[in-house]
Design a protein around this ligand. Structure first.
Ligand SMILES: *Cc1c(COP(=O)(O)O)cnc(C)c1O
Length: 231
């Protein structure tokens, strides 16, 4: 994929207003993904009051957030190496990409030391592509069945995150989103009283957000649609 140049601020705002209009009447949370986007291009969105932003690289985020207001809710959405955990806590708002017990272990330990609870989503591998991170659905069901969450009292599990296959095949994308929703429902069914806040479905990006909403997304993660396209 070629990375298009960043839009001028006026177009960024236009795209944002367009998307907000599309989302009217839904309760969907919009996380604007700012990877590759300098603070000066994010500022117009902050000026109109947007609060939720996402980054997928810890280092890039660390270079960026000090220049921006501290009331921003930063979402970490990318693969997370355990040695980067200490940079995220306690500043990060949600971590969408918790995908393995070894990472949970480190996050929990760090959170314990800081005496905080960290809101986490578990990333599930729903795509066919080999390259995508995420816990395998079967491993996740096993994790739930064995009540593994009990090992991590300082993590607050809010729901699931997934990235669909990058394809023109809308049917396939829908099936992948549907799988994520079914897994979320399964958790509520099997462990709802232990995990009462487990309702989030972070799914849907610039090219598949409409399908994601139809399949029950509660949170969209969108970058290019706002920063690099015209709407
Ligand atoms: C980049 C990214 C997004 C946003 O993708 P766009 O296609 O630019 O909207 C969403 N989620 C993750 C994990 C990403 O890395």
């Amino acid at each position: 994929m070629a990375v298009a140049t960043i839009n001028p601020p006026q177009q960024i705002l236009k795209n944002y207003e367009w998307l907000r209009k599309q989302l009217e009447g839904t309760n969907v949370r919009l996380v604007i993904v700012t990877k590759g986007v300098p603070p000066s291009y994010i500022q117009p969105l902050i000026d109109v009051g947007h609060r939720d932003f996402g980054e997928n690289r810890v280092q890039e985020w660390r270079n960026k957030y000090p220049a921006l207001p501290d009331w921003i809710r930063w979402h970490h959405i990318g693969y997370l190496q355990t040695n980067k955990v200490r940079y995220l806590l306690p500043r990060i708002y949600w971590i969408h990409s918790v995908d393995r017990p070894s990472l949970m272990e480190i996050l929990n330990r760090r959170a314990q030391r800081l005496n905080i609870r960290v809101p986490c989503l578990i990333e599930i591998k729903i795509a066919q592509e080999e390259t995508k991170h995420g816990m395998h659905p079967d491993d996740f069901l096993h994790w739930i069945e064995h009540q593994e969450w009990r090992h991590y009292p300082n993590l607050q599990f809010l729901g699931l995150m997934g990235i669909a296959t990058y394809t023109e095949n809308r049917h396939q994308i829908r099936q992948e989103f549907r799988l994520l929703r079914q897994l979320r429902d399964e958790v509520q069914h099997r462990a709802g009283k232990h995990l009462p806040n487990f309702h989030e479905l972070s799914m849907g990006m610039s090219h598949d957000w409409e399908l994601a909403i139809e399949e029950g997304a509660t949170t969209l993660r969108i970058g290019s649609l706002i920063f690099r396209e015209t709407h």
